[in-house]
Ligand binder design. Structure first.
Ligand SMILES: NC(=O)c1ccc[n+]([C@@H]2O[C@H](COP(=O)([O-])OP(=O)(O)OC[C@H]3O[C@@H](n4cnc5c(N)ncnc54)[C@H](O)[C@@H]3O)[C@@H](O)[C@H]2O)c1
Ligand SMILES: CC(C)[C@H](C(=O)O)[C@@H](O)C(=O)O
Ligand SMILES: [Mg+2]
Length: 367
């Protein structure tokens, strides 16, 4: 059996706490199922800055490029608030995305039945929710130039970020969304702000052209991104796949996270294009949440987003669909059993910490 090379980048704050649960799962899978995972580890974020003065070292970057898949925890925290912008913790994640060309970020928001009653929204609004946000991840205002602060010399400064999208970037991300929609409810909603932004006008045009040329069988709607945010909270079940740019995708996926009960529930996959010869794609899997400095070190972080990110890794990087399904079912079963970390706690449920939640999911998965 071919070995499966994983690079683990746990990062800062609750990143290492959540990653510890996935490490236990990987060790258990190797022991009992002979899964053949080989892991290496590296530093990213504030811990990498402390060690090397950079948010990720060239050596760890090279390991990420060579791995079959990268598992990423979270980066950032107040300790590094004052470090120079170029080497801030988040720069490590952005470099990984850019250098690995991970243009497609899949952020599924699923409301597990056991959590429907504990959402901040009404039960009927979120019950059975299963949507997928496809976020463009290597373009837009995150990477557009110029990006700078200019001193205007009159006591004023000017901060500039630039939103840039080329046709091929919009074509390839909308292609991913249409392909995935065909495996789901066959419905894509594209979100931009064509009423204000030129890049929004182009986005709308290219998504429509791609649809007409290659995916006319898929239902396509367009929505202004601000209205999309409102509709996500009003009646999220109207959506199947949402395709949107880097910044809108960042914000809309945090909104979608709360539909599932907590940001501690939302996994993601960041994928590159398949290699022309090997068909393998570079990939990084990470929870949508951050390093949660307010709860770091307390042993109470919800590890489900990290564990579910590993399920996505098995599905998308290794074709281990049965195992991925079983892991997701184990998460659902443990929630059905009433176990809750504090972020998803509701009356009558049993509060557990990060380790107990991880142990319970692993036991269900293996049992
Ligand atoms: N992918 C990443 O590494 C990533 C993503 C988002 C934010 N960040 C960084 O993380 C730092 C903190 O950002 P923030 O506070 O805006 O966002 P955050 O996601 O870290 O936290 C927001 C809130 O959600 C809670 N939360 C998050 N994950 C949780 C979990 N697994 N279990 C329980 N509760 C959880 C936190 O306690 C906090 O109250 C910043 O430096 C930010 O740049 C990193
Ligand atoms: C940490 C930060 C750079 C990142 C982003 O803005 O993309 C995060 O918020 C995310 O959602 O993955
Ligand atoms: Mg975000």
């Amino acid at each position: 059996m071919a070995l499966k090379n994983l690079l683990l980048l746990a990062g800062d704050g609750i990143g290492p706490e959540a990653m510890a649960e996935v490490k236990k799962l990987i060790a258990a899978m190797n022991d009992t199922l002979d899964s053949g995972f080989v892991t290496d580890e590296g530093l990213v974020g504030g811990c990498a800055y402390d060690a090397h003065g950079a948010a990720i070292s060239d050596a760890d970057m090279a390991k990420a490029m060579a791995a079959d898949a990268v598992l990423f925890g979270a980066v950032g925290g107040p300790k590094w608030d004052a470090v120079p912008y170029e080497v801030r913790p988040e720069a490590g994640l952005l470099r990984l995305r850019k250098d690995m060309e991970l243009f497609a970020n899949l952020r599924p928001a699923i409301c597990y039945p056991a959590l429907a009653a504990s959402s901040s929204l009404k039960q009927e609004v979120v019950e059975g929710l299963d949507i997928l946000i496809v976020r463009e991840l290597t373009g837009g205002v995150y990477f557009g130039e110029p990006k700078q602060i200019i001193d205007l010399g009159n006591g004023q400064k000017r901060g500039i970020d630039t939103q840039v999208y080329d046709t091929f970037e919009i074509e390839r991300i909308s292609g991913v969304a249409f392909e995935l929609a065909r495996t789901r409810k066959n419905h894509v909603t594209s979100m931009e702000k064509r009423n204000v932004m030129k890049s929004g006008v182009l986005w709308n045009e290219v998504v429509s052209q791609t649809h007409k040329a290659r995916y006319a069988d898929v239902k396509l709607d367009h929505m202004l991104a601000d209205a999309g945010g409102m509709q996500l909270v009003r009646w999220p079940k109207q959506f199947d796949v949402i395709v949107t740019d880097n910044l809108f995708g960042d914000m809309l996926s945090d909104i979608a996270a709360m539909l599932t009960g907590s940001i501690g529930m939302l996994p993601s996959a960041s994928l590159g294009a398949p290699d022309a010869k090997t068909k393998k794609r570079k990939a990084l899997y990470e929870p949508v949440h951050g390093s949660a400095p307010d709860i770091a070190g307390k042993g109470i972080a919800n590890p489900i987003a990290m564990i579910a990110s590993f399920a996505m890794c098995m599905r998308y990087s290794f074709g281990m669909v049965a195992e991925a399904d079983r892991l997701e079912s184990a998460i659902a079963a443990v929630l059905d059993q009433g176990l809750r970390t504090s972020d998803i706690l509701s009356p009558g449920m049993t509060e557990v910490g990060t380790t107990e939640m991880g142990d319970a999911i692993i036991a269900r998965f293996l049992g």
